[in-house]
Design a protein around this ligand. Structure first.
Ligand code: PRP
Ligand code: ADE
Ligand code: MG
Length: 181
């Protein structure tokens, strides 16, 4: 029997495990490893993203995933949608000409990179990651895609940490999340 959206959400939620004080004191880490390990939860997760994207963005050209945990969901979703997958990587991992954007972390700087020929001007992309916290990573990746000439339709995440206001940081770019904590 086909499960409802609510049933899928409840099942997936049971596979997200909280860890206190990881990776540093005061952080409540949302661990998705049990979800990845469970075939039913993984399928349900991709089902829910697929359903949303087919209804909302049938014109999407590429799914763009963020290194590293965005790579867990992005290619599975892209395959379901019948589109390609583009990798946004942490600095220094991609060969050939690249474009990059640097951004500020709580302590220090970080940089994300994409291959310069990854997208063509005007191509429509959706970004995907496991989680949005402060929104710094997704914001930098969106800026990177715009720098390459892509049209950013929106962002997809499994988890939104509402208290950190990461969605507000994305300005007018819509962010779709399956769970909000
Ligand atoms: O909204 P933000 O404050 O930018 O935080 C969210 C990001 O932090 C984590 O990535 P991280 O780079 O820590 O680890 P990963 O390499 O395992 O994805 C998470 O996977 C998101 O990408
Ligand atoms: N609380 C959290 N849990 C899992 N991944 C994260 N990335 C940033 N904050 C996180
Ligand atoms: Mg990440």
């Amino acid at each position: 029997m086909q499960e409802s959206r609510e049933e899928k959400l409840n099942y997936i939620m049971g596979k997200i495990r909280p860890f206190n004080d990881f990776p540093s004191k005061g952080v409540l880490f949302r661990d998705i490893c049990p979800l990845m390990k469970d075939h039913k939860a993984l399928c349900a997760t991709i089902d829910l993203f697929e359903e949303y994207v087919k209804q909302t963005y049938p014109m999407v050209d590429f799914i763009v995933g963020l290194d590293a945990r965005g790579f867990l969901f992005g290619p599975l979703l892209a395959q379901r949608l019948g589109v390609g997958f583009v990798l946004v990587r942490k600095k220094g991992k991609l060969p050939g000409p690249t474009e990059s954007v640097s951004y500020t972390l709580e302590y220090g700087q970080a940089e994300v990179e994409v291959q310069a020929d990854a997208v063509e001007k005007g191509q429509r992309v959706l970004l995907i990651d496991d989680l949005i916290a402060t929104g710094g990573s997704l914001h930098a990746a969106c800026e990177l895609m715009k720098k390459c000439g892509a049209e950013v339709l929106g962002c997809l995440v499994l988890i939104e940490l509402k208290g950190l206001k990461g969605v507000e940081r994305q300005g007018s770019t819509p962010v779709f999340s399956l769970f909000q904590y």
